[in-house]
Design a protein around this ligand. Structure first.
Ligand SMILES: [Mn+2]
Length: 414
């Protein structure tokens, strides 16, 4: 599988070229404590490996393809403290790469490659992932480019990010299956929240009911959960999750399980006491119809921006009809985010500007409406897979019809 992915990627590279990917390092937190390590997702997608300080080198030269993996040496003392690092044989078994060296050898191997394989090349392209540059931040790729240019000024540095993004946006069967599992666990965890919800429960207790199911199923979080009761739901990235959800209020839950690095991203909003008020149901119904309308519209060739524009036109009609657009108000006063983003190994997964949907894409559909004055914030988010003529709703089992939510919660009412 990883060999197939490397081939799909390297087919897009120029004839005489190298491409390098770095797994990365966990950043320091405090003292001797580090943040949990998250392997660079393109590195992982190409290799199946998720350990620190690894480098993947892919190359093409006069029609010949080659690949090298560089890993840290085995350290017996370190092994007694934190467990052994991955051995070359394990790395080879997982990735399918047979040429494995220690990281310290990379510059010698590059020197020999450049003199041996590329000495007749008019131009040598070196692809690096230059996508994640924050201001004043030296990434592994930037550091590498700087040294490479100093030693070999004739090489051309190119950005592999758009090529990788296009490759990663087409999900293979393995990714779809893992995503389905992530969504299934998210479903069970949301059910556990709904079962245990009642008026005046705290957001953190609801969160604990979600987290319990994830932990039992060996899943991580795709991102920090948003559990936002009442007015808190009108703050898009609220994540304090420490307030009481009053009886009669709704709670917006934007969360997801991550299963083997594939991330679900689901939002459900429900009345905490199990019963919608007429006004809550009226607003909920508009968001739900927006969710279904966009889902029915999906097909290859469209952009996510077009889908968002369709939602805004829909809201213009609907909000006018219920009198919310009086007094110079616009849709933007009630809805100000995008309706979709790509989903996969990252929750806001890689993409390229003005990308036109293709079969195999997975993305979110998440219309919302936020009425701050009425303490109502509603978002309904599903995850869909694009097919040749539409899409499949991967999260169709997670209940969202108001009647179904009420019937489900009524069974568990104490
Ligand atoms: Mn989302």
């Amino acid at each position: 599988m990883f060999q197939e992915r490397r081939k799909r990627f390297s087919d897009q590279l120029s004839d005489d070229s190298l491409a390098l990917f770095f797994s990365g390092k966990a950043p320091y937190k405090l003292g001797d404590e580090k943040y949990p390590f998250a392997a660079d997702r393109s590195f992982y997608w190409l290799s199946g490996l998720d350990k620190e300080n690894m480098i993947l080198l892919l190359g093409k030269c006069h029609g010949q393809y080659f690949e090298y993996l560089f890993i840290e040496p085995y350290d017996e003392i370190l092994a007694k403290w934190v467990g052994g690092r991955i051995l070359p044989k394990e790395a080879a078994d997982i990735s399918g790469i047979t040429s494995i060296y220690e990281c310290s050898e990379i510059w010698d191997i590059l020197a020999s490659l450049l003199s041996r394989n590329f000495n007749n090349s008019l131009q040598l392209d070196v692809y690096l992932d230059l996508s994640k540059q924050e201001a004043n931040q030296q990434t592994a790729a930037i550091n590498f480019a700087t040294k490479l240019k100093a030693l070999y000024p004739y090489v051309y540095i190119l950005n592999s990010a758009p090529i990788m993004a296009r490759a990663r946006m087409i999900k293979d069967e393995d990714e779809i299956n893992k995503l389905k599992q992530a969504i299934h666990i998210t479903d069970l965890a949301i059910q556990n929240m709904m079962k245990n919800a009642h008026g005046n429960i705290s957001e953190n207790e609801l969160e604990a009911h979600f987290d319990f199911v994830l932990k039992c199923n060996l899943c991580d979080h795709s991102f920090p959960s948003i559990i936002a009761g009442g007015k808190n739901a009108t703050i898009l990235h609220y994540d304090s999750n420490d307030q009481i959800v009053k009886d009669g209020e709704m709670v917006l839950c934007d969360l997801g399980a991550s299963y083997k690095y594939l991330n679900a991203d689901i939002t459900r909003t429900f009345p905490v006491n199990g019963k919608f008020t007429p006004r809550q149901r009226q607003i909920y119904d508009i968001v739900l119809r927006g969710n279904k309308m966009i889902m029915a519209m999906v097909k290859p060739g469209l952009t996510l921006r077009q889908l968002n524009n369709e939602l805004i036109s829909f809201y213009e009609k609907e909000l006018t009809a219920i009198g919310l657009l009086n007094n110079d108000k616009t849709v933007n006063d009630y809805y100000w985010h995008g309706v979709s983003h790509m989903l996969g190994l990252e929750t806001h997964d890689v993409t390229v500007a003005n990308y036109q949907l293709e079969p195999g894409n997975v993305f979110t559909i998440e219309p919302g409406l936020y009425l701050e004055d009425e303490n109502i914030g509603i978002r309904i988010e599903d995850n869909v897979l694009v097919t040749p003529d539409g899409c499949i709703n991967l999260s169709k089992d997670i209940i969202k019809e108001p009647d179904e939510i009420e019937a489900f919660m009524a069974q568990y009412k104490k």
